[in-house]
Design a protein around this ligand. Structure first.
Ligand code: ZN
Length: 118
């Protein structure tokens, strides 16, 4: 279950050499081969760019929105944005981490969480 408005911290792996950020388990950076370090982020970020996927891999319900999300100063990750019509999603829209699906992160628009925090 996801708690509405709860602050979640999210474990990711970051590359100290090139600054890339990865989800899931990984020992080496897929880009430069450096050893990855685990780090924790708030799970909040902003949409950097996105595109709609109409034919996804097996098991994925399409269409869905795939977005590059800039985590709060912690790198950029690729994830799905749920609960949003693509005509309404926009660059720089605040999103928050909602869970993991099919091994990748799922975000939802922060504005959709409704109630104010606290
Ligand atoms: Zn790297």
């Amino acid at each position: 279950m996801m708690e509405e408005g709860a602050e979640r911290s999210l474990s990711v792996h970051g590359c100290p050499a090139c600054g890339r950020t990865y989800f899931g388990d990984g020992a080496e950076c897929g880009h430069c081969g450096a050893a990855l370090e685990e780090k924790f982020v708030t799970g909040r970020g902003k949409v950097y760019s996105y595109s709609a996927v109409h034919v996804g891999p097996e098991g994925m319900e399409a269409p869905y929105l795939l977005a590059l999300v800039d985590l709060d100063g912690s790198g950029r990750v690729l994830g799905i944005v749920e609960g949003q019509d693509r005509t309404q999603l926009r660059v720089n829209q605040p999103v928050c981490f909602a869970g993991i699906s099919n091994g990748g992160p799922v975000f939802r628009p922060a504005e959709f969480s409704g109630k104010s925090r606290g």
